[in-house]
Design a protein around this ligand. Sequence first.
Ligand SMILES: *[C@@H]1O[C@H](CO)[C@@H](O)[C@H](O)[C@H]1NC(C)=O
Ligand SMILES: *[C@@H]1O[C@H](CO)[C@@H](O)[C@H](O)[C@H]1NC(C)=O
Length: 406
Amino acid sequence: MASTILLNLIPIFLLCITIAQGRKTLHTSHEFSASSLVSTKDGICKTMVETQGYTCEEHKVTTQDGFILSLQRLPAGRSGERANKPPVVVQHGLFSDAVIWLFNSPEESLGFILADSGFDVWLFNGRGTKYSTMHTSLTPNDKAYWDWSWDELASYDLPASVEYVYNYTGQKMHYAGHSQGTLMAFAALSQGQLLDMLRSVALLSPIAHMNQISSIGTKLAADLFIANDIYWLGIREFNPNVDVGAKFLEGICNTLHMNCANLMSIFTGPNCCINSSRIDVYLDHEPQPTSTKNLIHFSQMIRTGNIAKYDYVDQAQNVQHYGQRVPPTYDLTKIPNELPLFLGYGGKDMLADVKDVKVLLNDLQDHDANKLVEVFNEDYAHIDFIMGVTAKQIVYDPMIDFFNGY
Ligand SMILES: *[C@@H]1O[C@H](CO)[C@@H](O)[C@H](O)[C@H]1NC(C)=O
Ligand SMILES: *[C@@H]1O[C@H](CO)[C@@H](O)[C@H](O)[C@H]1NC(C)=O
């Protein structure tokens, strides 16, 4: 029973945790060192990777706006044989971090599966998450630390991490992203970034257009988020686990007169294939915090269906930031037609709704047909793509075949 409730809370956590992250992150201690290859006693390598018998390296990269991000590298498979294939970089979604790719057994988790398939695996951690809390001049206690949305994840975090791997390995790489990690890629690629460093791009639960999402919980959250005073109250970090974040979620559940034990389904769809006996392990670590501004940005997308930069609403502020009164849009038709793309999406996904994915596919209608692979599974919802016990057969194996082609 307790597990069921916790399981059901995960989607909400995934949606809401970002606000809370700042507080938690203060407790982690990651020394910034001049060398980018670092050793961290309590890092992801030590706690999640080496414990499974794999080698692992901790790396750090500093973004142009001063955030110090951690990356974990799995340079070999479990047998110890070093990677003989190009790097694959893996980008997590909202309310999570790189740990999400290592939660299940090595036979089920994408991070380990890629390493055992011969790839040089690099896991990214976005700003504000547990292992990427450092900044050259700010701390998570500063409001300015949380002054970003996915625009900055796409224009700073992603290029810094990809360029770091490119510089370090001297090789072009494959990209795999989930949810917000797909939106970051769409935004960057549509602006011509990263292209010279990537071989191919895999997008799981692709998030682009968002106005047909079928989750009424998420829709209500989006409406409340725009109307609600969380940001204007001065709360810049959203943590679903405490105070404002927790009350916010409780309010949604009460307003909808829904069974609060089903929050995960309410927000992400009925995940078919998550191992319920592992929920406690997930909740030891997730969800991770995000910025309030990021959630407002998502709410704007849900309202409009547009993929545009953050709207300050105030025209003068938009002019100040963008030189125009309305935020510039990201034009996905600009993604080069010959870039190999893999799209994995599910019939029960309430965030990357099939109807919205069709609008995305329409944006990509001129894409070279032999460079666009679609894997659709009718039963999969949002979280199945990262934690599903069947994800290897259904998603990861076809994705690896796709990578092997480039
Ligand atoms: C990658 O190398 C280039 C050229 O040396 C350098 O300008 C850039 O800062 C490096 N990027 C990262 C993220 O280390
Ligand atoms: C589910 O998790 C439990 C506990 O970690 C594990 O023993 C079991 O093998 C897992 N089942 C599947 C299908 O992965």
